[in-house]
Ligand binder design. Structure first.
Ligand code: SAH
Length: 208
């Protein structure tokens, strides 16, 4: 079995949101997509011995993926305290060797100043459904501020936006890949049992 498949299996135990809030676009990043993102980051040398910060950590999926790959420390940050309780329970489920620091805070105005090489991972709100287009902009601004490299999941068609945001903020998109999010029927405006959304994942290298 590939190490990526193994990671997806380890992350399959991560429970979803108990009572997801539509306004905060709370849905769990699927284990296979999280495993793909973290595995790619690990192959690039962006996880091991580094500080990893998961912005909008929710259930902790990406933070817990990172903690399974030998980081120095992992911080999972979310505005809403409820999923942080779920994330703590999920941490016990994956039985990671290191602890995650769970922090309540606003990802667009972070109470963090990591001291050392830092990687941001995130599946921020897209803002597409709320008409709040590019709600992910503030998350990218934080990545630019606190990290040397970030991995972020955006809705399909975001490449121009992410590339120009990066260019304006001292960053360069070095990798891009497409993925699909299979979302459960969790929000009332989803009229089928599940829904697949096309997304894009970007690695951005940020200048100091
Ligand atoms: N990778 C997460 C994805 C969660 S969805 C998972 O698999 O669970 C997006 C998350 O961003 C939600 O948990 C939501 O509460 C959080 N969020 C939304 N706006 C935020 C903000 N301004 N600051 C911090 N977290 C925020």
């Amino acid at each position: 079995m590939s190490t990526k498949t193994r990671l997806a299996q380890q992350l399959a135990v991560v429970a979803g949101f108990e009572d997801p809030r539509v306004d905060l676009e709370q849905y769990r990043t699927p284990p296979d997509v999280a495993a793909h993102l973290i595995h790619t980051a690990d192959l690039q040398g962006d996880i091991e011995d580094r500080i990893v910060v998961d912005l909008g950590t929710g259930t902790g999926m990406l933070a817990l993926g990172a903690v399974l790959r030998g980081p120095e420390t992992v911080v999972g940050l979310d505005l809403d305290p409820d999923p942080l309780a779920t994330a703590r329970a999920n941490e016990r489920r994956v039985a990671a060797a290191a602890d995650v620091e769970w922090v309540r805070g606003d990802a667009t105005n972070v109470p963090l100043a990591p001291d050392g090489p830092t990687t941001v991972v995130m599946n921020p709100p897209f803002g597409a459904q709320s008409g709040n287009e590019h709600a992910d902009r503030g998350f990218l601004a934080t990545a630019a501020e606190i990290s040397d490299v970030s991995y972020s999941i955006h809705n399909a068609g975001s490449q121009d936006f992410v590339e120009s945001f990066a260019a304006d903020n001292g960053g360069t998109v070095t990798h891009a890949f497409a993925a699909e999010l299979d979302l459960p029927h969790q929000f009332e405006f989803h009229d089928s049992a599940s829904q697949t959304i096309d997304v894009e994942v970007f690695r951005v290298a940020w200048d100091d």
